[in-house]
Design a protein around this ligand. Structure first.
Ligand code: PGA
Length: 260
């Protein structure tokens, strides 16, 4: 089974509820002709914007994800949000282990693993971010870092549950910097990532897994990136904050993917 193309917008800490509604209202007609069979389109607003965006996206082909989830079912965790809370709100996907959370909020492979398990148990689909820093790349550690993030992040999962899990390869040095990995460089790394998944969970699970690229993906480079064999879409920051650029990016990703 070939991996599905998935393009997700990570709005980060942007968009109040009214701004998010305006963005989705503008996006809906622009992606209305994108067949769900060709691409799954997701937007991931901040928590307080989720309910409004879920309502605005109803009846369209736009899916909604959150940007984080706690691993506990409930309890004394001030400021946190559980998987059941997201699920009941109508959220389908959740970004886990974004490099900004690893860098600024103490996220580790162990907490990523705990969050993934809680999300899957509640019926949410995790978008799990992995990626090396510039220092790690320059030190020749890229593959070792990714292998560790995969082995520890996905530890204890059943191969069957990977059908609901997306990996997003985001080289930290390419996020928000305008410095994109070249399609060839990204492909080399994404191929290695699929290999690490295969080693842990078998070839079938690895082949079917959507592995996105993230890091300064834009309408201009989406086609070339998504034409690569092991790139199955993108996790998009900056270019997801304007309806026109996100819609163009989705369409170019579909065009690139169809060249495979
Ligand atoms: P960017 O962010 O597209 O702005 O580089 C990607 C991400 O952090 O998910």
């Amino acid at each position: 089974m070939a991996a599905k193309l998935v393009v997700a917008g990570n709005w980060k800490m942007n968009m109040t509820a009214s701004e998010g509604k305006a963005l989705v209202d503008a996006l809906k007609p622009l992606v209305a002709d994108v067949c769900p069979c060709a691409c799954t389109v997701i937007v991931c607003p901040p928590f307080t914007t989720l309910a409004t965006v879920i309502e605005a996206a109803k009846g369209s082909n736009i899916h909604v994800g959150a940007q984080n989830v706690h691993w506990a079912a409930n309890g004394a965790f001030t400021g946190e949000i559980s998987a059941a809370m997201l699920k009941e709100a109508g959220v389908e996907y959740v970004i886990i282990g974004h490099s900004e959370r690893r860098q600024y909020f103490g996220e580790t492979d162990a907490t990523v693993n705990a969050r993934i398990k809680a999300a899957l148990e509640a019926g949410l689909k995790p978008i799990v971010c992995i990626g090396e820093t510039l220092e790690e790349r320059e030190g020749g550690k890229t593959e070792a870092v990714l292998e560790r993030q995969i082995n520890e992040g996905l530890a204890g999962l059943e191969a069957a549950s990977l059908a609901d899990l997306i990996l997003a390869y985001e080289p930290v040095w390419a996020i928000g910097t305008g410095r994109t990995a070249t399609p060839e460089m990204a492909e080399d790394t994404q191929k290695a990532i699929r290999g690490f998944v295969a080693a842990q969970f078998g070839d079938a699970a690895a082949e079917a897994m959507t592995i996105q690229y993230g890091g300064s993906m834009k309408p201009e480079n989406a086609a070339a990136l998504c034409a690569q064999a092991d790139i199955n879409g993108g996790l998009i920051g900056g270019a997801a904050l304007k309806a026109a650029s996100f819609a163009d990016l989705v369409k170019n990703a579909v065009a690139g993917n169809s060249e495979k």
